[in-house]
Design a protein. Sequence first.
Length: 131
Amino acid sequence: NMINNYIIKYNKIKELYLKRISNEISLEQFIELKEQENLLKSNTKTIKFSVDSLVKNIIKHPEIEFNDYYKINDIITKPDKIRLSKSNNNSILLMKKENKYYQAVIKTTIDKKENYLTSFRMLSEEEFNKQ
């Protein structure tokens, strides 16, 4: 039963990925926000979210519901909080409160030519307030 639920959730997310998220998230608004641009120091306005990353995210963060994935673009383009990752200079953390507390992590490659959404998860209110 648990495996069936997982398969159903995976298929819904896959459908969402293929129909809604596509292979890339446009960053036209994102790059116009100087704070994000300065922190990321990337040469592209696109964020890629691979199928592999999506599957890993589903496994690692089962608290993220199907409908939460629709909020990724809004979290990236209009975050409540933004900061450079403490563990990785090529990554930024974007946080948003929207009934729930979310965090999206975007990493740019060393050559600054590609950006990837590497993690999307929920935060507790305490974690959100500490950021």
